[in-house]
Design a protein around this ligand. Structure first.
Ligand SMILES: *[C@@H]1O[C@H](CO)[C@@H](O)[C@H](O)[C@H]1NC(C)=O
Ligand SMILES: *[C@@H]1O[C@H](CO)[C@@H](O)[C@H](O)[C@H]1NC(C)=O
Ligand SMILES: *[C@@H]1O[C@H](CO)[C@@H](O)[C@H](O)[C@H]1NC(C)=O
Ligand SMILES: *[C@@H]1O[C@H](CO)[C@@H](O)[C@H](O)[C@H]1NC(C)=O
Length: 406
């Protein structure tokens, strides 16, 4: 039985990668909303939305797009986090425990005539989803939400900024969340992963396996959108000088993996054992707040950062080992031009993280906004700002270029 499920998911997987040709490609766009809040200390708990390295006065941030789901009296506008890893979009549904405050009212399936639960015999109900034979439902268990699969009408803006309806989109209707740091705004997550049930895949020729975003810096008390998430034909062509790297997708490994082979801090290329990169994947996900570097590599980053910061007038603060890296100003004239970090990829692409996006300074302290990852490295939102990332999933290419979008 397990074998059969495996084969089915591989089949669905290859189907997901057979994108329509460029001739029939159309597009959709979403305005990106940047949210900024003091971290909610109750939400510090093992999900991808967790904030274990951040504590007040550091502000956390989240990036969302607005999407309308449901019809009739059940129609709701939802702010959904951009997520390249989750295998399917999901939304909190009434009743949901806990019922987190969110922008607008929670989606209530009972009031939308177009809502239909996915039956346990439905062909989409294959792993990672579970058939519940007692209730004939199909359920999902993600790190930050649980619930059942359903189909519903999603309403999106097309190229001409006209609302278009997409009936029967499969999504996760969550009746429970675990450590979902939703800033009192997010209603769930929008999946941009390569999985068969991601919104990217379900949009078919409206996305063509291509999307592009540039994350702006959040501004306090202002949620005005200044940047777009583009899909399909709306994706701008990357400029010729854009850096590029190969995207690796493997069934069973969620999201997009990049082949990281080296790290530079300041002008110093670090001496990190090649096996560390071979044994631990590196992915990119705007739903993760700060970049996390897998522990053995993080230790090398840390020991290179401390002397470089000392030269600039910053002393490492005492703290628990394994905790966040914090520096204290040694004198008033300490430099605020922090060392940059560079990720080197196997095919020559380089992703530069300017020092200003690596530290949060408040008074006499500077907090390093990069944490240690457990099994993998993840490039998070804080270090992605003001760079346009363009994913061409069909060609397995990620291009990135600096762009002021704040
Ligand atoms: C493009 O669209 C036309 C008409 O809608 C359809 O007949 C054709 O099969 C489509 N081609 C591809 C490659 O999807
Ligand atoms: C974190 O989750 C565990 C169970 O998974 C729970 O017992 C604990 O109370 C949670 N912590 C916070 C701060 O919510
Ligand atoms: C959510 O629904 C599932 C079945 O679909 C059920 O097993 C679970 O107890 C529910 N969780 C909550 C928090 O109500
Ligand atoms: C692309 O790489 C060049 C060096 O090869 C670097 O100067 C530039 O900052 C990189 N762009 C981004 C967005 O990282």
């Amino acid at each position: 039985m397990f074998k059969l499920f495996g084969v089915l998911s591989v089949l669905l997987w290859s189907f997901a990668l057979a994108w329509p040709g460029p001739r029939n490609l159309t597009g959709v766009s979403f305005q990106i909303v940047a949210l900024s809040r003091a971290p909610d200390m109750h939400a510090i708990n093992g999900s991808s939305y967790a904030i274990k390295y951040l504590s007040p006065p550091i502000m956390t941030r989240a990036y969302a797009v607005f999407i309308t789901i449901g019809t009739g009296g059940g129609q709701r506008r939802q702010a959904l986090a951009l997520d390249t890893t989750t295998s399917m979009s999901w939304v909190m549904c009434q009743p949901c425990r806990p019922e987190l405050p969110q922008e607008g009212r929670i989606f209530n399936p009972a009031t939308s005539p177009t809502f239909h639960g996915v039956h346990s015999n439905d062909p989409v109900c294959v792993p990672p989803y579970h058939r519940l034979h007692t209730t004939n439902r199909c359920s999902f268990h993600f790190s930050s939400s649980v619930g059942r699969l359903a189909r519903e009408t999603f309403r999106l803006l097309n190229q001409q900024r006209v609302t278009e309806s997409f009936p029967g989109v499969v999504f996760g209707c969550a009746n429970g969340t675990i450590g979902f740091h939703n800033h009192d705004i997010l209603g769930g997550a929008l999946s941009l992963s390569p999985a068969p049930l991601s919104l990217l895949t379900q949009l078919g020729a409206h996305a063509g396996g291509r999307f592009s975003y540039c994350l702006p810096l959040p501004r306090m008390f202002e949620h005005l959108p200044r940047s777009f998430l583009y899909l399909g034909a709306d994706v701008p062509r990357p400029p010729p000088h854009a850096n590029m790297t190969t995207i690796i997708m493997q069934p069973g490994v969620p999201g997009y993996q990049l082949r990281l082979i080296g790290i530079t801090i300041g002008d110093k290329r670090l001496n990190i054992d090649r096996h560390v990169f071979d044994d631990h994947s590196c992915s990119i996900n705007p739903a993760v707040i700060i970049t996390e570097i897998v522990e053995p590599a993080f230790l090398v980053v840390e020991s290179a950062m401390v002397p470089q910061m000392k030269k600039l007038g910053w002393n490492r603060a005492e703290g628990p080992s394994g905790g966040p890296l914090v520096f204290n100003k040694m004198h008033r004239s300490a430099s605020l031009e922090f060392p940059k970090m560079v990720f080197h990829f196997q095919d020559g692409g380089e992703l530069w993280f300017p020092g200003e996006y690596l530290f949060d300074t408040s008074g006499m302290k500077a907090h390093f906004l990069v944490g240690r990852g457990h099994r993998m490295t993840v490039i998070g939102a804080t270090q992605q700002v003001n760079t346009r990332f363009t994913f061409d999933v069909g060609r397995r290419r990620l291009s990135f270029v600096s762009q002021w979008c704040s």
